[in-house]
Design a binder for this molecule. Structure first.
Ligand SMILES: [Zn+2]
Length: 66
């Protein structure tokens, strides 16, 4: 069995790329999220999360896994 992990671009958590994971497609890439809350944030402002160096600065408020 292959387990592949990637990084949630919103909160920076390591997430496994499993079928039931919340995902989003953006510019041909598939992004994985720890929860649907992070996916929702990403969908609103994908560039903000992809252009920055890691998790957004003061974005500690909304992550449901926090
Ligand atoms: Zn997350």
């Amino acid at each position: 069995m292959t387990k592949t992990a990637t990084k949630d671009p919103v909160c920076g958590m390591s997430v496994e790329m499993t079928a039931d994971r919340a995902t989003s497609n953006y510019k041909g890439e598939t992004y994985y999220f720890c929860c649907s809350g992070c996916k929702g944030k990403f969908d609103q402002a994908p560039d903000q999360y992809l252009s920055g160096s890691g998790p957004a600065k003061s974005d500690k408020s909304g992550c449901c896994c926090g």
